[in-house]
Ligand binder design. Structure first.
Ligand code: AVJ
Length: 313
């Protein structure tokens, strides 16, 4: 209960900070409340949204090879573990994994997933950690000894961060891993603008609902007064920065209160809610190289939409 209160206050502080900026922003990590997580699952089913199904196919096609690269007796640490379908494919292929450590900010979701995995993999120690993986956290100590740690970071979540921050996160990963460690990471690749934009601005409007749910969540949890009919979803591709930029546009001049704070929005003013950076394999390997990672192996789909990279220290 106290934890929940603290969580809400952190959410409020982050929202207020973002909306007080000259160029308003809201952090994309707050998309994933109960409703938002369900909407994201719906996004993953859309014809236009290729990343999830493409990455899943790459995992299915190459899990054995990945598992042999990762090697036996591993402690597998997953960052921002979602519903873990890809994880199951990897766990099924791994040889005698010692422990699985899912790390996520959403406690409820995390513990539910952990329970499911425990009953499926009875020899595996499942040790969930509730943490924001962008901040330092401690790894749990399993009861059996392990030979090395492998980090699994699927879903191209790294694309949400600006390159400088992505490099910092890669640095913390390198520290967490130690000399023998490896990182298996999913990245979304650069491609034609039309494919990219329609993936983030689908015809049925699910991504729009997902984006605007952030305002509903503020209404629900922070006593906000956003009228969702006065805002709309926008997604563009920034060709210079190689990223999708998602925002919420105010359709009129309006004021909204959130608890005791009041915010003004001009007509057409935008709140930036998410970046989704698109990389080339070489470009990403260069970023990771700044912290001593080298590209050991790479897997892509036949259309070159998405890549899973194995980076080692
Ligand atoms: C979960 C970060 C991979 O950037 O593609 C999907 C989130 N946002 N549609 C992405 C998202 C809008 C997604 N990631």
């Amino acid at each position: 209960m106290i934890e929940q209160l603290r969580g809400t206050e952190v959410f409020r502080a982050d929202v207020v900070e973002g909306l007080r900026k000259v160029n308003k922003t809201l952090p994309c990590k707050y998309f994933y409340d109960e409703v938002g997580s369900q909407l994201f699952d719906q996004i993953c089913e859309l014809d236009e949204y290729y990343p999830t199904r493409t990455e899943l196919k790459i995992m299915i096609d190459h899990a054995d090879e990945m598992a042999s690269q990762i090697d036996r007796d591993v402690m597998l640490v997953e960052l921002g573990s979602g519903s873990s379908i890809k994880t199951k494919i990897l766990l099924d292929a791994l040889i005698d994994p010692v422990a699985y450590v899912p790390v996520d900010i959403s406690e409820e979701h995390l513990l539910k997933t952990a329970e499911g995995l425990r009953s499926r993999y009875t020899d595996l120690e499942v040790l969930p950690v509730v943490a924001d993986f962008t901040k330092p956290f401690e790894l749990p100590i399993p009861s059996q000894s392990y030979s090395h740690v492998a980090l699994y970071f699927p879903g191209s979540t790294i694309g949400n961060f600006e390159p400088d921050t992505a490099v910092e996160i890669l640095g913390s990963m390198a520290e967490l891993l130690g000399p023998q460690g490896g990182l298996l990471i999913g990245i979304d690749l650069q491609k034609d603008i039309r494919t990219l934009v329609s993936a983030y601005d689908d015809a049925s409007g699910v991504t729009s609902q997902f984006n605007l749910n952030l305002l509903s969540r503020i209404n629900r949890e922070l006593d906000g007064t956003f009228d969702l009919s006065k805002f709309s979803h926008k997604a563009i591709y920034n060709e210079v920065a190689h990223r999708i930029e998602i925002s919420i546009v105010s359709l009129e001049d309006q004021s909204v209160s959130i608890g005791d704070d009041v915010f003004h929005f001009f007509k057409n003013e935008e709140i930036l809610t998410e970046y989704s950076h698109k990389y080339s394999i070489d470009g990403f390997a260069k970023l990771a190289g700044q912290h001593g990672f080298s590209l050991h192996q790479q897997w892509t789909d036949e259309d070159g939409l998405f890549a899973v990279l194995h980076l080692v220290l």
